[in-house]
Design a protein around this ligand. Structure first.
Ligand code: UDX
Length: 461
């Protein structure tokens, strides 16, 4: 198709974990739309244009191959693509601010503002702007102020359309979503813009799964969805501490509680705590918003979800320390898993970072293994890694070790030869299973002293 034959031109600013897969699915489902993903990073765009995509997601490569060069394009020519676009998705990152007012909590909106200014400078025709990045509630107001500032006669209509994709299932989450959320202003122009976006999703999403709300509800719902998910994990982790002192078993408690259809069974796995690029960032952002609006009690409530998560990691470290006779000096600990969850090499805010740092502070020697996250682990610990080694092979990691600490529940860790591992370790040999992932009874029978989360330990000493 030549450029003029496309029904509409869609541009996405930001070729990251969200923008990339989202646009790939839209391009596949809407061949009559031209979809261009732009980014300031030439390296990233080159990767999207190559056979080695910059991110790994099951099903992504097939779908890129199907559409790239036909109606899906990746480009660094941001200005020209903005000028030609009818609909612009904004999917730039909004990390937690590290400086000045709100540091450590508020979202850093500099990339959003820069994008808004760039859109304004390059627009001569009306456009629909879609917020994809997770933003604080009422961020659309700020965007609108920038876009309509000065003597700019171009009209922009802003929509909020947050993503709910999890890493590892991004394509499925986008193709078979639980829901699609579109927030718009309740005006004639706002409703018209909303209908344009609806037209896209209706190509593959059943109408009853599409929720339309006002702009502020949509912006806030994204933060709240992640906060609720994180809250469930902190809730079950807080109870795991109680289980450990009462001899209740957290899996049995979670199983019994989750059978209540009002509660449901998902997201009730106790562990060393949540990680990933979203939960902590979005919770802190929510806390900041509550503080900004002087809702101190609400802020305190959500902040406690973060605190419980921090406690859970610290409890894990303390259990290791206390169990291993209160000293880790020069003891070798094999770390199984560094990614924030299995099936990804992503280590952003991974509990392993905190846990390894604390173990290194206690002067333990670490042998870190992970099927996909070794290179990120090296970066995360660089500068404090003189007592850490990074090895591909779990058997090598455990050779001569005093303890094994499992932090990420990679499936392959279940099928290792634990007799062989036990034989090669220093005695007494300890396993700290931070995800209740292994067969504890079997390990105990092999000779290990086993310390699960939220369950009584199985020990020989
Ligand atoms: C999350 C949300 O699920 C997704 O909807 C949102 O768009 C982005 O943030 P993601 O960060 O990819 O997705 O990971 P997720 O699968 O939700 O897991 C997050 C963390 O919670 C992981 O560290 C995981 O190990 C932990 N977790 C999850 C638990 O500790 N227990 C559970 O029961 C579930």
């Amino acid at each position: 198709m030549n450029d003029n034959q496309f029904a509409k031109k869609i541009v996405c600013v930001g070729a990251g974990y969200v923008g990339g897969p989202t646009m790939v699915v839209i391009a596949n489902k809407c061949p009559e739309y031209k979809v261009t993903v732009v980014d300031i990073s030439e390296v990233r765009i080159n990767a999207w244009n190559s056979d080695e995509l910059p991110i790994y997601e099951p099903g992504l490569k097939d779908r890129v191959d199907k559409a790239r060069g036909k109606n899906l394009f990746f480009s660094t020519d941001i200005d020209r693509n903005i000028a030609e676009a009818d609909i612009i998705f904004v999917s730039v990152h909004t990390p937690t601010k590290t400086f000045g007012e709100g540091a450590g909590k508020a979202s850093d909106l500099q990339f959003i503002e820069q994008t808004a200014r760039r859109i304004k400078e390059n627009s001569t025709s009306p456009k629909i702007i879609v917020e994809k990045s997770t933003l604080p509630v009422r961020a659309a107001e700020t965007m609108a102020s920038i876009l309509h500032s000065g003597n700019n006669s171009v009209r922009f209509e802003i929509l909020s359309n947050p993503e709910f994709m999890a890493e590892g299932t991004a394509i499925r989450d986008m193709e078979e979503p639980d829901r699609i959320l579109i927030g718009s202003h309740d005006t004639v122009a706002g409703n018209a813009a909303r209908d344009e976006l609806l037209k896209i999703y209706l190509k593959w999403v059943p109408k009853d799964k599409i929720i339309t709300t006002n702009l502020w509800s949509s912006e806030l719902s994204k933060l709240v969805a992640n906060a609720f998910l994180a809250q469930r994990i902190s809730s079950i982790n807080s109870i795991s501490a109680l289980c450990e002192v009462t001899e209740a078993d957290i899996s049995e408690v979670a199983g019994a509680v989750g059978r209540d259809s009002r509660i449901g069974p998902k997201f009730l796995e106790a562990g060393v705590g949540f990680g990933g690029s979203c939960f902590r960032k979005d919770l802190l952002n929510l806390v900041y918003l509550c503080e900004y609006y002087k809702l101190e009690d609400v802020a305190k409530f959500w902040n406690s979800v973060v605190e419980i998560n921090d406690n859970q990691m610290e409890r894990f470290v303390n259990c290791i320390l206390k169990t291993m006779f209160r000293t880790l000096v020069d003891k070798k600990i094999a770390i199984f898993g560094f990614a924030f969850k299995p099936d990804t090499g992503d280590t952003r805010d991974a509990p392993a970072i905190y846990i390894c740092k604390r173990l290194l502070e206690e002067k333990a020697r670490l042998s870190i293994t992970d099927p996909h996250a070794i290179s990120n682990a090296r970066k995360d610990l660089s500068g404090i890694d003189e007592r850490a080694e990074f090895v591909e092979n779990p058997y090598e990691a455990t050779r001569g070790a005093h303890a094994l600490a499992l932090i990420t529940e990679w499936p392959e860790y279940r099928s290792l030869d634990y007799q062989k591992i036990f034989d090669s370790m220093s005695k007494p040999a300890f396993i700290f299973d931070g995800r209740n992932h292994l067969d504890h009874q079997k390990l105990f029978e092999v000779g290990f002293n086993v310390y699960p989360i939220g369950r009584p330990p199985l020990t020989h000493i």
